[in-house]
Write a protein of this length. Structure first.
Length: 169
């Protein structure tokens, strides 16, 4: 990984570095199994390439550069095309380094509840997308529980999100 001693990155398992054209320059070793790409493959990609919905990437990246950092939730796309919901915190360091720390979202309930509680209509659609991606990612996991109660909870959550989606448009 690039030799940067930024305290905000120390100890993080999932760190990526990009350039001003959104191309990946380097990453921590944990990124490869998380996304399914070998290092050489990832370094040929841009943020747009691994974003589940690349429509908002350009605007978010501009906002990130202007603000000197950004944090939130986002959905990445693994090499196999499956969604990977994450929490991220990105930094623009004074030495010009552009980096982000990712944290995979494993529990679909957290983003689901965040969508239900969102009162800002401008943010609601994004929260719904994150929640739906988290549910989908959960269902694709080989260790996903298939208990009747869990399946019912997921079905109820999807239904509630579809109703919310209608109000978010």
């Amino acid at each position: 990984m690039l030799s940067h001693a930024h305290p905000e990155l120390i100890g993080a398992d999932y760190v990526v570095f990009v350039d001003s054209s959104r191309r990946y320059m380097d990453c921590s070793d944990g990124i490869h199994p998380l996304l399914g790409y070998e290092r050489e493959e990832l370094l040929q990609k841009t943020i747009d390439d691994i974003s589940y919905d690349d429509a908002e990437v350009k605007q978010l990246f501009k906002q990130y550069l202007n603000a000197g950092g950004l944090a939130g939730e986002y959905v990445l796309k693994r090499k196999d095309g499956t969604p990977l919901p994450i929490r991220y915190k990105s930094f623009v360091f004074s030495d010009g380094c552009l980096a982000a720390v990712w944290e995979p979202i494993h529990d679909w309930r957290q983003p689901y509840l965040a969508a239900l509680l969102e009162i800002d209509p401008a943010k609601l659609r994004h929260k719904i997308d994150i929640a739906l991606a988290a549910i989908q990612a959960h269902m694709l996991r080989p260790d996903a529980t298939q208990a009747l109660q869990e399946r019912q909870s997921i079905q109820d959550a999807r239904s509630a999100l579809r109703v919310l989606l209608k109000t978010a448009k």
